[in-house]
Every structure is written in C-alpha cells, then in structure tokens.
Design a protein around this ligand. Structure first.
Ligand SMILES: Nc1nc2c(ncn2[C@@H]2O[C@H](COP(=O)(O)OP(=O)(O)OP(=O)(O)O)[C@@H](O)[C@H]2O)c(=O)[nH]1
Ligand SMILES: [Mg+2]
Length: 450
C-alpha cells in the first residue's frame, strides 16, 4: 500500500448535477471523519459500502449536506481504503470539499494516480488502464467501442498468452543449452520454429484488426485542395452543415487554413480548407498557398475540387500535377453541377453541388470508404492506441527476423536472448515486465481523479 492518502474530484468538471470526490489510502477514513459528520457514525462502527447521509464541514465552518461511502481494502477501485463523497451542486462546492480534504491531511492526486494504484494492487491490467484513458478521452462512438473491448481484458488475455508461450519456449531452450548431448539442436530449432510461427499468428491477427485503429483514435484528415473559386470553402461548409468558412466570388478569399470536423459512421472526419492554389505575387496569399501544399502531406485523403462549369484551367492543371508528383491519395470532386458541365471526365470522380447541397452524403461516404478499406469490426480485438500498436509491430518485426533468419544462423544462446527481448516488448502492453518506467509514463497521461 502507498504511503500517502490521495484525493481528487472523480467526476468531469462542470458536467452533471452530482460530483464525486474520491480519497484513497490508509488514512482516508480517518481524514473523512474529521470533516464529515453523520448521526452516530464513528470509525469503529462504520459499515463498508453503506451510504451515509450527513454534513460535510467546509473551511469556513459552513456545512454541506452530502453522501459518504467507505470501501474497505481490498474491495475498492484502487485496492486501498477508499472514501467517496457525493455532493450536489457545481464546481465550486466540489472544489471546496476537495480543499478541505487536503487541509485535513490528504494529498492532491497526480493524474492517473488512482488507476496506477489499482494497477499496482492487481485490480486492473495495464492495457485495461490504458483503455480507461481511452474511454475518458474517446470522442467518437467508434473509438469508445474499441476502448470497451480492451477494458474487457480480452487483449490482455491474448497477449499474455503469447508471452506465456514465449516463456515455455525459453524454458525449452534453457534445457537444450544445459544438456546439449541429449537434445538434437536441429530438432529443437525446428520445434521452436513452428511454435514461433504460432505466436506470430496471434500477434499478426491483432495487428491486422488494428490497422483502422489510427483512424478510430485520431480521425481521418481530409484536405480540400484546388485553384481559387472552385468552391472549396463552400464544400467545407456543406460537409460541416454550417457556415464555417467565408465564401465569396472573389478569387483568393481563403488565405489561412480553416478547420472543422464532423462524424461519419462513428469516425471523426477532420477537414482543412485551404487557400486556392494559383500563381500570385501577393505576399499573404503566397504564404497561404505554401500552407495548402503542406497540408497535402498530412492528409489521409485530399479532395481535389474542380469547377465543373468551366474547362480545366492552367491553375487546375498545376494542382493536378502537384497531386500526382506527391503521389497523394485524392478524390476528384466536380463541383457546381447545378450549372451545365464543361469540364473533362475523370476516372473515379464524384459530381456535387455545394450550393444546392447535392450529393454531399455521397461524398461523405466516398471519403470514408477511400480511407477505411475494410469494414471496422468493433467485435474484433483492436488496439486502442498507437503506442500499443507500435509495440506490437516492433515485436512482430523481431519475431519475423527470428523466424526467417536468426533461427538458422544463430546459436541457442542468442535465440534465447532475442526471445527474451520479445517477451519484454510484449510486457510493455500487459505490464508483465521488469521495466517500471513505462508504467509511470502511461499513468501520467491519465485524467485527474481516475
Ligand atoms: N453555382 C454554384 N456556385 C457555387 C457552388 N459552390 C460554390 N459556388 C460559388 O463559387 C464562388 C466561390 O466559392 P468559394 O467556396 O469561396 O470558393 P473557394 O474555392 O473557397 O475560393 P478561394 O477561397 O478563393 O480559393 C462563390 O461565389 C460560391 O457561391 C456550386 O455548387 N454551384
Ligand atoms: Mg475559400
């Protein structure tokens, strides 16, 4: 158990009618009873998990009616003694209750400290803890669903079992090294080879399912690119369903980048409207154009917008050339189809009218399908954050090298060192590793009070 008793507001600030102030640590009950008074309630007669209605005494001796509940260790969120106060009223009262707990002896919790203690006391696995961060921060529905998946601990199970397989293999290698005569090295290596393939299959499956997780987490970045006056800002507004960007018939209206996002199928779509690209000597406009060119590089997909009522101009050609040079993933959007069409046909184009809101839903679908190649199956095991994804890819890379190369050329000794390294890498997700730093790193990303 940790030394300090920590306290924090556990509910989101400013949301909801009830706030919960949570304290955890061996002095939590003692501190609570210095500030909270209910009829006949004493330290030796308190019943765990029973709600007590009483008065909370604030700094200025004013009383606030509230509920208190005590969770005796180990049956609490953190595994320590925990006290929670449920108070009515806004942020100010919550803040005052918090301050009073601190002046009575509790320490303000660090971000993620509650969950860190829960993890240390074996209440949650590391990947579950990370999923909790995901849930707190999940903005889109899709992201939330996959966070919940991990919360169920299925991912931990799968990766732990891969770690377990590796451990068994390590044991076998140990035996092989200790009794070189009794084991035939080639036969042992053959066995190791097949079992490594099995482990890799498990890891590959999660990686495959998680390819979409980047988009679940960060959303899809879409840049609207084209020459001036083709209707980029109008398309932006039509997609957002609001008048975000200024629209005029003057060329070069948009100079800075304008951002906005909407949700499609639970995925956040982040749009950036850019300055129309054309030859110009005007200073501000040129800076804007340079930015437009840059946003090509960070976009997952570009909407190349053309004015369908006009022929391709030199500026249009210039933009097209740029897109091809940069090998950008782009969709050709023929705008202004409410007017007679003049522009040439493009492969894989979509006709819309931003002015008349025609085919906007179809465009939304096209953007989504362009990036999300296969359906996101929320029932499958997916990783909720990029850190985990990168870790698994690292493990996979090492496994691949081991299977395809090292197993043939290296000694059992070296193989065992490499395998141990992979075990360690997987431990960065499951928490089964000797490395403590990583735990601190993750928990510092938590919200306060969780
Ligand atoms: N008829 C018609 N006019 C449109 C349509 N979309 C945009 N316009 C008009 O085209 C003109 C330019 O629109 P903007 O959205 O400002 O174009 P832009 O590409 O953002 O222009 P810059 O910011 O200058 O690069 C405005 O007068 C719009 O009303 C459309 O679908 N049909
Ligand atoms: Mg514009």
């Amino acid at each position: 158990m940790q030394e300090d008793t920590i306290v924090s507001i556990a509910t989101p600030i400013g949301k909801g009618a009830i706030s919960i102030i949570r304290m955890s640590g061996k002095e939590s009950l003692e501190i609570a009873l210095k500030v909270f008074f209910a009829k006949n309630l004493k330290k030796n007669n308190i019943i765990p998990r029973k709600m007590y209605f009483g008065d909370f005494k604030l700094e200025n001796n004013a009383f606030e009616q509230c509920l208190m509940v005590f969770f005796k260790n180990p049956f609490s969120y953190t595994g320590e003694d925990v006290v929670e106060f449920q108070i009515h009223g806004g942020v100010l009262i919550a803040q005052k209750v918090l301050e009073r707990c601190i002046s009575a002896g509790a320490k303000m919790a660090e971000p993620g400290e509650f969950s860190k203690r829960a993890f240390i006391n074996g209440k949650i696995t590391l990947d579950k803890a990370e999923a909790i961060i995901g849930e707190i921060n999940a903005e889109s529905e899709g992201e939330l669903l996959s966070s919940l998946q991990v919360t169920n601990g299925k991912l931990a199970e799968k990766i732990l079992s891969a770690q377990e397989d590796i451990k068994l293999l390590l044991a076998e290698l140990e035996v092989g090294m200790d009794y070189p005569d009794e084991t035939e090295e080639t036969k042992l290596k053959e066995d190791v080879f097949f079992r490594l393939e099995e482990i890799r299959k498990k890891i590959d499956e999660i990686i495959e399912n998680s390819k979409n997780s980047k988009y679940l987490h960060n959303g899809i970045n879409v840049a609207l690119i084209g020459r001036t006056n083709v209707g980029k800002s109008s398309v932006m507004n039509a997609l957002l369903g609001e008048e975000r960007a200024i629209v005029t018939d003057i060329q070069g209206t948009t100079r800075d980048q304008i951002q906005g996002s909407y949700f499609f199928e639970g995925i956040k779509i982040n749009l950036v409207d850019t300055a129309g690209i054309r030859e110009t000597t005007e200073k501000v406009e040129s800076i804007g154009i340079e930015k437009s060119k840059k946003s090509l590089e960070t976009a997952d997909v570009v909407l190349f917008i053309l004015d369908g009522s006009e022929n391709m101009s030199a500026d249009d050609e210039r933009v097209l050339k740029l897109l091809k040079e940069k090998k950008t993933n782009f969709i050709v959007v023929i705008n202004k189809i409410d007017k007679p069409r003049k522009i040439v046909n493009f492969e894989n184009e979509i006709e819309i009218s931003a002015l008349k809101s025609e085919n906007i839903e179809k465009l939304k679908k096209k953007i989504y399908e362009n990036v999300i190649k296969n359906e996101i199956d929320f029932n499958k095991l997916v990783l909720t954050n990029e850190r985990q994804y990168e870790i698994l890819k690292e493990a996979d890379k090492k496994l691949k090298k081991l299977i395809e190369k090292e197993i043939k050329s290296e000694t059992l000794d070296v193989l065992s060192i490499q395998l141990k390294a992979i075990w360690q890498i997987l431990g960065k997700i499951t928490g089964k590793t000797e490395n403590e730093d990583i735990i601190d790193l993750i928990f510092s990303k938590f919200c306060l009070g969780k």
